[in-house]
Design a protein around this ligand. Structure first.
Ligand SMILES: *Cc1c(COP(=O)(O)O)cnc(C)c1O
Length: 229
């Protein structure tokens, strides 16, 4: 059994235990393999092991690495999207999980319209208060952006994403995930017809806490592929 395959099996077991502790169905948690900085062989290893969702954080790196069509997995952008890069996104990425401003959403809507392609998006929320992180910090701006995206034709708002603080303080990590869950419940009523269903939270160091707090998509790189260079 290959390295990624056995590591994936371990991740699944850890998800299962965390889900069981929280009284959740482990099958409800999807695993994204994050392949940033790695080459195509990491992607094929993950896909051969059964992964069907790949995450990348840079537009240019992804364009160089992935074919445009005939992929047997979904490809999500999870890093900050600069407005001048948004024209490359429609038809290439299946979802952008890191929309953190209404302006970026509207730029993406324009490029989607030009290409006649729809796209899924998540709003990234800064739940840690750390200035180094992207994401909505204001609930009012998040609600405003939600209402704006609901009026667009080509963007489908699927849910929320966050990155917890990098700290050993597990209470802070847990509060960060719990906060995203709260916002998710609040916004769900508004965004209903958009299949507002995804809570993307949890990385290699904290995915079990995320699952306990309701995550249904974890994004893991290190725990599958080893430490990045
Ligand atoms: C790199 C990255 C991940 C995966 O990080 P690991 O710690 O390697 O699991 C998840 N989400 C985002 C947004 C990332 O940039």
């Amino acid at each position: 059994m290959g390295g990624v395959e056995s590591r994936l099996q371990e991740v699944r077991q850890r998800i299962e235990r965390a889900a069981t502790r929280a009284g959740r169905d482990p099958e409800s948690v999807e695993i994204m393999a994050v392949t940033k900085t790695l080459d195509e062989s990491a992607v094929s290893e993950a896909v051969n092991a059964g992964i069907r969702l790949i995450g990348e954080n840079r537009v240019q790196e992804a364009i160089a690495k992935f074919p445009e069509e005939e992929r047997d997995y979904r490809l999500h952008l999870i890093g900050h999207l600069q407005r001048n890069k948004s024209k490359f996104v429609p038809g290439f990425f299946d979802c952008v999980e890191s929309i953190d401003k209404k302006e970026t959403a509207l730029a993406l809507e324009r490029h989607c319209r030009e290409k006649g392609k729809t796209i899924d998006i998540l709003f990234e929320v800064n739940t840690s208060g750390e200035k180094s992180k992207h994401g909505f910090t204001s609930q009012d701006l998040l609600k405003e952006a939600t209402d704006i995206v609901l009026e667009t034709e080509f963007l489908h708002l699927n849910g929320l994403m966050t990155i917890a603080p990098f700290t050993d303080d597990t209470d802070r990590v847990r509060r960060s995930f719990a906060r995203l869950r709260e916002l998710f419940e609040e916004l769900r009523g508004r965004a209903d017809e958009h299949e507002f269903v995804t809570l993307s939270m949890g990385m290699s160091s904290d995915f079990e806490i995320a699952v306990e707090e309701g995550s249904n998509r974890i994004r893991v790189g290190t725990v599958l592929f080893g430490k990045r260079a």
